[in-house]
Design a protein around this ligand. Structure first.
Ligand SMILES: [Zn+2]
Length: 248
């Protein structure tokens, strides 16, 4: 009886048992968080990445269909709302290919490693295409590269140009980081010099929850004299898995 009372007195126990696990939802092009601090990094963050650098399943992809790419481009200001860009499957595949290359390239830079030749070559190819298809246009007193309003490639082209701009900027480039969150792999520019997570509300909170859970588990093990916690108690623990991609 005395042992039972001690366990019941652990103040955070109800939190473990009632942690809400929501059903998996598809990540949305219109709701995806934009935390990269550079268009090219948000472009790479349009999907989640495993720790080995491979892409997470389709539910973690904000670009499930060609229309999503156009929606995303409009949201980040790369596409005017009118006339609308009509993306197609081939352009979606090209954008995903550049996304993979940008993630490989900037993840390597964040890890102080040499980027793969394939990733650099892919960016070179898209950048060359972007320049040849562009024209210089004056907008509000400054001159910018611009593409035809209805050219579906303009989202990919703008991301490629932004990536080259970031590579040329040694101060910002030295601040590129990759979030260490479980199944995240998002990239961002750490302007404060103290940023660790892509988002405190997502990966920061999950890491905090995991630490809390581990403390709870150890405390319970101690109180129970080393006996393992029951399966029911662990069934809903906050593992940090991206259970609800729509949060992103
Ligand atoms: Zn993260």
């Amino acid at each position: 009886m005395q042992r039972f009372s001690a366990v019941s007195a652990v103040p955070f126990l109800p939190y473990i048992n009632y942690y809400p696990v929501r059903p998996m939802q598809r990540s949305s092009a219109t709701a995806r968080r934009l935390v990269g601090g550079a268009v090219c990094l948000d472009f790479a963050n349009a999907i989640d990445w495993d720790s080995d650098g491979s892409e997470r399943p389709a539910h973690a992809d904000a670009w499930a269909a060609p229309a999503d790419l156009a929606l995303w481009g409009t949201r980040v200001g790369l596409v005017d709302s009118a006339p609308p860009v009509v993306a197609h499957g081939r352009e979606l595949a090209a954008a995903r290919s550049l996304r993979r290359a940008l993630h490989d390239l900037f993840a390597a830079i964040a890890a102080r490693q040499e980027p793969s030749r394939e990733a650099v070559a892919r960016l070179e190819g898209d950048y060359a295409q972007a320049i040849s298809a562009s024209e210089l246009t004056e907008v509000d007193g400054s001159w910018q590269l611009a593409w035809a309003h209805d050219d579906p490639r303009r989202i990919r082209f703008a991301a490629a140009v932004d990536a080259v701009d970031l590579l040329r900027d040694d101060e910002r480039l030295a601040r590129v980081r990759m979030c260490p969150g479980h199944n995240c792999g998002w990239l961002f520019v750490d302007t404060s010099g103290r940023r660790r997570w892509c988002s405190m509300e997502v990966c920061g909170a999950r890491a905090k929850m995991r630490r809390l859970y581990e403390r709870q588990r150890r405390t319970r093990m101690d109180l129970l004299g080393g006996r393992r916690v029951s399966r029911d108690d662990t069934a809903v623990h906050p593992s940090g898995e991206c259970r609800n991609a729509a949060d992103r």
